[in-house]
Design a protein around this ligand. Structure first.
Ligand SMILES: C[S@@+](CC[C@H](N)C(=O)[O-])C[C@H]1O[C@@H](n2cnc3c(N)ncnc32)[C@H](O)[C@@H]1O
Length: 344
């Protein structure tokens, strides 16, 4: 995630976009001359820029946001053929890499969540501080947050807000939304923020009362956790032996998925003398960060939104990639395809 207002560390055209943990992420990637890397969350290109600073490196940048891709064209030109930028979801990273004629890569990095460019643009509908249409889509397709508020049952809304927002007041919020939409559709960020603020009262030092509800809806409509689970599985398939996976997460739901995936993939095989057929597969990753790495105090002071960031890194072994049942990595919550049949 990019944030802050320090003009010394500009990632893109606008001074306010500062990548979080970028240097550490690129150090953990083990970038070496001539290596090929996937930046699965291109954003303003802060991570890609640092990777490209090593001679002869090549980067495949992916972002589902067409604005991020459009704004990245300057960096593509400056990179002289070493940066390819693709508008897609990182759950498709294997296909994206293959479409570039590349079979395997030296590193994959995900810097999860949304960018400052997205949150600061009122028309995108991500911010409860700015009034705008209740959209929240990172990409071009799929239902908006307003569509979900109009369609989901009160019970599903409560489950989404409780699970994906980790919000204790989820039932009361869902009830308030259901009541409000009887009078008129909820179509703006301000109207949703006001509905939530009437139920969850702000206290000194607390986050804005609508923070968790907005987080839940954003994660839900962008299918962010399924994207992450599929992205991790794709990275496992596309990394060379010795290649590195680095993930920067911004809340516990994301970090739990990364932690669980890596714990499972790095576990030594269990063998049974009596039931050899039950022996588990060899580890596909070696975890490099024993504990998730936070930003240091200086970064948090310069960039308060960095405070919840956690970095995990792992190195690919030469064992064959495993089949992944992504659902086992996800919390139980109604899915987008439950509410919107026909979506993948
Ligand atoms: C926190 S920003 C990344 C910032 C970037 N590291 C930089 O230095 O500028 C996250 C970006 O990832 C993109 N994104 C989030 N989920 C995605 C997904 N599933 N597939 C592709 N892009 C995604 C968002 O659109 C956003 O631009």
């Amino acid at each position: 995630m990019m944030t802050g207002s320090d003009s010394n560390a500009v990632a893109g055209g606008l001074a306010r976009h500062i990548p979080v943990l970028a240097r550490r992420a690129v150090e953990w990637l083990g970038v070496h001359d001539g290596g090929i890397y996937v930046d699965g969350t291109f954003g303003a290109g802060g991570y890609s820029r640092l990777i490209l600073a090593a001679p002869g490196t090549r980067v495949i940048g992916i972002d589902r946001d067409q604005n991020a891709v459009a704004q990245g064209t300057t960096l593509v030109s400056a990179a002289d053929g070493r940066l390819v930028l693709v508008e897609d979801r990182f759950s498709n990273l294997e296909a994206v890499v293959e479409s570039c004629g590349i079979a395997a890569v030296d590193g994959v990095v995900f810097d999860l969540g949304i960018s400052s460019m997205q949150i600061d643009e009122a028309s995108r509908g991500f911010s409860f501080r700015l009034d705008g249409p209740l959209d929240m889509r990172m990409g071009r397709d799929g239902p908006s947050a307003a569509d979900i508020l109009a369609r989901a049952s009160e019970r599903d809304l409560a489950a989404i807000i409780r699970t994906l927002g980790e919000e204790h007041h989820a039932r009361a919020i869902a009830r308030a939304i259901a009541k409000a939409r009887e009078a008129q559709p909820i179509t703006t960020t301000r109207s949703l923020a006001d509905i939530v603020a009437r139920v969850v009262h702000a206290r000194d030092g607390m986050i804005h009362p609508a923070t968790r509800t907005f987080q839940a809806l954003r994660i839900f409509i962008n299918d962010e956790l399924l994207e992450l689970a599929r992205g991790l599985a794709g990275a496992e398939r596309i990394l060379k032996p010795g290649g590195r996976l680095v993930v920067v997460a911004f809340h516990s739901l994301e970090d739990r998925i990364v932690k669980t995936f890596l714990a499972e993939r790095s576990r030594p095989p269990a063998s049974s003398r009596h039931r050899p057929e039950l022996a588990s597969a060899p580890p596909t990753f070696r975890v490099l960060t024993k504990k998730p790495e936070p930003p240091d105090e200086a970064e948090i002071a310069a960039n308060p939104r960095a405070r919840s960031a956690k970095l995990r890194a792992a190195e690919r072994s030469d064992a064959a990639a495993r089949a992944t049942v992504v659902q086992t990595l996800l919390p139980r919550v109604p899915s987008l395809s439950d509410l919107m049949p026909g979506r993948a």
